[in-house]
Design a protein around this ligand. Sequence first.
Ligand SMILES: O=C(COP(=O)(O)O)N(O)CCCCO
Ligand code: NA
Ligand SMILES: [Zn+2]
Length: 311
Amino acid sequence: MYVNTKDILEKASKEYYAVPAFNINNMEFFHAILEGAIEKRAPLIIETSEGAIKYAGNGDIHKGAKYFVELVRLFADSVDIPIALHLDHGKHFEYIIAAIKAGYSSVMIDASEEPFEENMKKTKEIVKIAHAAGVSVEAELGQLAGIEDNVSAAENVLVDPEQAKIFVEETGVDFLAPAIGTSHGAFKFKGEAKLDFERLQKVKKLTGIPLVLHGASSVLPEYVKLAEEYGADLGGAKGVPEEELKKCVQFGINKVNTDTDLRIAFIAGMRKFLKENPKEFDPRHYLGAGKKLVKEVVMNRLEFLGCAGKA
Ligand SMILES: O=C(COP(=O)(O)O)N(O)CCCCO
Ligand code: NA
Ligand SMILES: [Zn+2]
């Protein structure tokens, strides 16, 4: 059934497990993720960036938002796992309003690159509008480094836990993404993965609301290797080790944003298929090869984050 993201996350926060939020740009990724969540009997959060909405609407953001709501609701209304649709990194007012209007479960207002007061002001405004429409809200404090889509920042600015307390009280935001050292994309961290668990624990204690980890892909070596075997060039790719993610869950992370891992799995499956089947040109077959590996990655992630069986 189609639910509000807040309902999924409040249960996760109470029981100290996490739910991955999987990014999609098209129908095939959604099908693969949905199959994995049904098999694992897990709650499911689907999220789309602003770029994905523009892409699906072929330039028209209202059509794109509507496309994803219709696609997700079509299946959500006939399966017995809770499914929510979330706008990821809402930076522009018109996308946030388009998502609310179309029927998204929740929206992120990402004003994390603005000064604290400005971020608080914008978030307060969106919370007022979204809550009036029964939509829950995510915001971000601190900044992630790394480039992906139009989401980029110069370097890591870690969250200030005291500021997080004031921010949550002032804005009424439903869940918060504290920057604790991750970054978007396939090339995270200069050296070893370094996440600030101290800071995370403080934010959880001071805010008491569900927390979100951005830039949480693990960049799984076996999929990177497979993609490279068939011609991909992902040299130096590095992610957040699964053990580190489990510690984040222990300290209060409940939504784990995952995009890059699915992209790498899809391209690895498709590259292998195309190389091994030079006569094939049915899109259902070569896209299907990508889907298969995405489903594997999804099922593994649902398992180790602890939400398998929690539907
Ligand atoms: O935090 C994440 C996931 O990051 P990643 O999967 O790269 O680790 N996202 O918000 C998804 C990426 C948005 C722009 O495409
Ligand atoms: Na988000
Ligand atoms: Zn993100």
